[in-house]
Design a protein around this ligand. Structure first.
Ligand code: NAD
Length: 426
């Protein structure tokens, strides 16, 4: 039952982990990540090249959010980022934390600063264990636009005009005019920027092709007519670059021989029915947010889903930020503070650390092709991550998994970390 040896890694000769941005967050996930880094990484890696940013509410407040701006700048420069889940404080939390500033979500600043294209969310699988979906489910969530960046106001009776002023000096025109007859209205303006749907399409279709899964595009364009453009770009890219390759692999048999569009409400039902997996979905920002939470539930636990923001640096290289799809797991944190046992599944967090480590290693080796240490470090990191995955998955396979998977007899947060550390040492 031994996992493969971690090849060239040893406690005596630590590998210098390449530069990477490490963003620390809050609560239970911060506690668990500290355990993971100390027990699983520090014995084998020199982590001094990592640039560390503490995005806890208190530190953001103390620095008047300079720490967030610094993290975004470092991410642009380095291109490989790991982020723990963070808290966007509500009015109640602002008071409870004693904050002087109202802090916004850091995710928007990051998605804008790194030219976010897509948030890729995929199911994690453990050979020999059946989770919710038998085969992988991939999700491509448009990283920008829609409701998240909306401007809005609470208004009374009157007329609302939405006017477009072209930047090239053409005549302005009214996009929408409506009379508001209620005393109490909320008006909202948002837009969907579509320039980056083409690179999103390439990332999505290539990922599906590599993993032998069938792609779908999800919108509500039947009613929300403005969403037609998303589908049109996806379909054009598919027809021109991917259709024949999907046909050759027989991956369009499940969907009538062509790329299929799914209406978002129908997609919610298919996600529950298609538990064989083996499909991917690409969707707008908000739909992606909702649908990926549903996937997490069907697939047993939010701990079994990855979340990876892909953006583009000015030189065309990919900026990749890796995080878990879940939040800070406040309920387990409260249990922990109350001295009770907890059982946090770290797989999503660890896939994120591993993803960032690997991307950092690839970028570092690409930037220094003549430096044999950096090329060797890349190969060692890939070796190590295979070993780490095997150690974690074996721990689940031997009935020592966390309680979201193994039930009440499952391991605690700390015992699971100890057990995997033990397997890594063998
Ligand atoms: P959550 O994802 O933290 O937890 C939801 C439920 O799933 C809880 O019952 C939790 O115990 C369980 N769960 C989640 N991940 C688990 C894991 N790895 N192992 C075992 N159980 C797990 O969502 P929430 O409770 O709605 O949010 C808590 C905090 O996280 C909030 O302050 C929220 O703003 C923040 N949040 C942050 C991010 C982010 O930074 N990306 C995302 C979502 C929520």
């Amino acid at each position: 039952d031994r996992p493969p040896k971690h090849a060239m890694l040893s406690v005596e000769n630590k590998v210098v982990a390449p530069p990477m941005v490490y963003i620390a967050g809050e609560e239970m996930t911060r506690y668990a990540c500290d355990l993971v880094v100390k027990s699983w990484l520090e014995p084998y890696f020199d982590l001094s090249q990592w640039e560390y940013f503490d995005l806890s509410c208190v530190n953001r407040d103390n620095t008047n959010d300079q720490v967030l701006r610094d993290a975004v700048t470092a991410g642009q420069r380095i291109g490989a980022i790991f982020k723990e889940p963070t808290i966007t404080p509500s009015a109640i939390q602002k008071k409870a934390f004693g904050l002087k500033n109202s802090l916004g979500s850091p995710n928007g600043a990051m998605r804008a600063g790194w030219n976010g294209i897509t948030i890729s969310r995929d199911t994690i699988h453990i050979d020999g264990i059946e989770l919710g979906y038998k085969r992988p489910v991939f999700f491509e969530r448009h990283a920008v636009g829609g409701e998240y960046g909306a401007g809005w106001s609470k208004v009374g009776r009157g007329t609302l005009l939405t006017t477009y002023l072209p930047s090239d000096g053409r005549d302005p025109f009214v996009v929408d005019k409506r009379d508001l007859t209620d005393q109490h209205n909320v008006v909202v303006t948002y837009h969907n920027p579509y320039d980056n749907v083409e690179p999103l399409a390439h990332l999505f279709f290539q990922r599906c092709l590599d993993a032998n899964i069938t792609p779908y595009v999800v919108t509500k364009k039947t009613v929300f007519k403005w969403q037609e453009g998303f589908w049109a770009v996806m379909k054009d890219v598919f027809d021109e670059h991917y259709k024949s390759r999907f046909e050759e692999k027989g991956l369009l048999q499940a969907c009538g021989g062509d790329l299929q569009h799914l209406i978002s409400d129908a997609a919610t039902m298919q996600l529950i029915r298609w538990t064989d997996g083996g499909f991917g979905m690409a969707a707008h920002n908000y739909d992606g947010d909702m649908l990926t939470d549903q996937i997490a539930q069907v697939h047993r636990s939010p701990g079994f889903i990855t979340s990876n923001l892909v953006g583009k640096a000015p030189d065309g290289s990919l900026i990749k930020e890796f995080e878990a799809s879940h939040g800070t797991v406040s309920d387990l944190w409260n249990d922990h503070l109350a001295g009770k046992e907890t059982s946090l599944n770290p797989l999503g967090l660890v896939e994120a650390i591993v993803g960032a480590l690997q991307h950092a290693a690839v970028l570092d080796a690409e930037k220094n092709p003549d430096d044999e240490h950096k090329v060797k470090a890349r190969d060692q990191i890939f070796n190590f991550t295979t070993t780490l995955r095997t150690a974690m998955h074996n721990t689940f396979r031997y009935g020592q998994g966390t309680r979201d998977m193994s039930g009440p007899s499952g391991y605690t947060t700390e015992d699971f970390v100890r057990k995997v550390a033990w397997r890594l040492q063998r």
